[in-house]
Design a binder for this molecule. Structure first.
Ligand code: AMP
Ligand code: TRP
Length: 347
């Protein structure tokens, strides 16, 4: 991480966001949240419940409020520390929406037309998608750059959005002749867990929108549910090979090996060294034990937090205050660079 930052004059700052829409699953945990926890040990980190992103598709208002608190509880249960990191929800810090508007004026239609996630999310009837769903990556750039964040831990599916954030930062700096005003944020993508696949179909990403609950391990699943889902996970009849190359055309097997590696914090090659020749009848129980050991305690911890809603709300209030304190001068400078006159005394 420090190599990258050394080239920039911006101090290292980490930002990431997760949408409060449905439960977190193993893919979110291994691809993103576990990395958030590690990064807070050494860096200044902001972790945001991106509720404004969630409403780009319809959300039932009561369920949304509940999901915002649940995701905050999940962050805390996974080990995010509200003293060390800034944990907050996006809609409480108006800089996101305000900078998002400025960036709407910088980003080009052609850039957004290339975003593959919009195409996936909008489905066949693009005319019926909200304008905000299309504009989603511009708000994402504002999330990051409102703090001049330099590093963004995400899963692989966010790579394209991060490239757009870099393009927006660069065009802003060029257009207004303020070189290095905004940093070029770098994605931090962990190779081993960048794409955790569905347990039912190794060609599809593990996702909260998959209609089959068997396809994913939720962070709210108890030990029995976790073990059962792994036992039933799709595999093939071959034993595990001793090289990764031999897994190339066995997506389900490769996925389970990758999950094991990520949970045990070793490489997939090391997993194969240990388990080469094993049938899934033997490998799955080992994987189930490991997964239960690492994931099951999170559900209990989450329930404890959810029994104390005022404590969750206090975390979000404090986080929003601290986030606002960082974003506010950056936004003020941005308005000044753009030439927008500010005469009212505001903090
Ligand atoms: P989302 O649930 O789509 O808002 O994603 C939250 C974070 O989890 C983002 O950084 C994603 O890139 C990451 N993520 C989501 N699904 C997966 C997956 N199946 N494997 C790895 N990372 C994922
Ligand atoms: N788009 C991200 C996702 O779907 C969520 C997100 C919103 C985000 N703003 C962000 C991630 C800023 C990283 C940085 O997962």
């Amino acid at each position: 991480m420090s190599d990258v930052a050394a080239k920039s004059t911006h101090p290292e700052r980490v930002f990431s966001g997760v949408q409060p829409s449905g439960n977190l699953h193993l893919g979110n945990y291994l691809g993103a949240v576990r990395e958030f926890v590690r990064l807070q040990e050494k860096h200044e980190c902001l972790y945001c419940v991106v509720d404004l992103h969630a409403i780009t598709v319809w959300q039932d208002p009561k369920a949304l409020t509940q999901s915002i608190r649940e995701l905050t509880a999940a962050f805390l249960a996974c080990g995010l520390d509200a003293k060390r990191s800034i944990i907050f929800n996006q809609s409480q810090v108006s800089a996101h929406a305000e900078l998002g508007w400025i960036f709407n004026c910088v980003a080009r239609l052609g850039w957004l037309n290339r975003m593959t996630q919009f195409k996936e999310k909008a489905g066949k009837d693009k005319e019926a998608a909200s304008i905000a769903l299309y504009d989603y990556p511009v708000l994402q750039a504002a999330d990051i750059l409102a703090y001049k964040a330099t590093h963004v831990p995400v899963g692989e599916d966010q790579k394209q959005h991060l490239e757009l954030s870099r393009d927006i930062a660069q065009k802003f700096n060029n257009d207004f002749k303020v070189p290095d005003f905004f940093p070029q944020p770098e994605p931090l993508i962990r190779d081993d867990a960048a794409r955790v696949m569905s347990l039912r179909d190794g060609s599809k990403k593990m996702s909260k929108s998959d209609p089959s609950d068997q396809s994913r391990i939720n962070l709210t699943d108890d030990a029995d549910a976790i073990a059962k889902k792994i036992r039933k996970a799709k595999t093939d009849p071959e034993p595990l090979p001793d090289t990764l190359k031999a897994l190339e055309h066995r997506p389900e097997a490769r996925n389970l090996v990758g999950i094991y590696a990520a949970l045990a914090d070793i490489t997939s090659e090391q997993v194969l060294q240990e388990h080469a020749g094993a049938q899934f009848g033997a490998f799955k129980p080992a994987l189930a034990d490991l997964c239960v050991e690492k994931i099951a305690p999170i559900a209990g911890e989450m329930r404890r937090w959810l029994e104390d809603i005022p404590a969750i709300d206090a975390v979000l209030a404090d986080g929003a205050e601290r986030a606002h304190a960082i974003a506010s001068p950056i936004l003020r400078d941005t308005y000044e660079v753009v030439g927008l006159l500010r005469t009212r005394a505001i903090s």
